[in-house]
Design a protein around this ligand. Structure first.
Ligand SMILES: Cc1cc2nc3c(=O)[nH]c(=O)nc-3n(C[C@H](O)[C@H](O)[C@H](O)COP(=O)(O)O)c2cc1C
Length: 173
């Protein structure tokens, strides 16, 4: 039996990123993992919320062995809320971390790559190398295939027994 505790923690304004997270969660549960899906709260005044993020009640990443972070691309980079959430983490050392983003524009260089680079950098500063990443272009006609592929790939990586495989960062587009 697989006893890893997995968290899928996402920021999702309009639900796209959350729907990918739900797909991944279902796949992981089928494999027998314990999975919590957490959605960061979005407030009307996001800037004010972010300013006070330290006082907010946020998903506790510390209690999980594996964490998948997901977020939308905003203004050609990572959404500010996910950035703030990742930055206020204490240590992620010893955890298996995977990251994905969803975006509307057709090319990963229109924000996806930058968002992923930011997630990797912040996670690195918290003591962990991100194991795998994915970018999902929401308007691509092959979106469903992309979601299935990334979910399957993440699922395989999460279910892999120790020692964890070497870091891999393959974009989806
Ligand atoms: C304020 C704002 C800025 C955005 N900036 C970008 C961008 O720079 N590049 C891009 O590809 N998509 C951009 N998008 C589109 C979102 O990344 C895309 O629709 C994403 O799938 C939304 O995910 P969500 O439904 O989980 O919030 C932007 C959306 C919003 C609302």
């Amino acid at each position: 039996m697989n006893t890893k505790n997995v968290a899928v923690i996402v920021h999702s304004q309009t639900g796209n990123t959350f729907s990918v997270a739900e797909r991944l969660k279902d796949m992981l549960i089928e494999k027998g993992l314990n999975v919590d899906l957490e959605r960061l709260k979005t407030e009307e005044n996001e800037m004010e919320y972010i300013k006070k993020i330290k006082e907010k009640s946020l998903p506790d990443a510390a209690k999980y062995d594996v964490i998948v972070f997901g977020a939308p691309v905003n203004a050609f980079t990572l959404s500010m809320l996910m950035k703030a959430y990742l930055k206020q983490q204490r240590s992620l050392a010893g955890k298996k971390v995977l990251c994905f983003v969803t975006m509307a524009f057709p090319k990963p260089w229109l924000g996806g790559n930058r968002a992923i680079a930011k997630m990797k950098k912040i996670c690195g500063s918290k003591g962990v190398t991100v194991k795998d990443t994915g970018i999902i272009n929401w308007n691509n006609p092959k979106r469903e295939e992309m979601i299935n592929e990334i979910s399957q790939r993440f699922c395989d990586e999460i279910c892999r027994q120790q020692p964890f495989s070497a870091g891999r960062n393959t974009e989806m587009i």
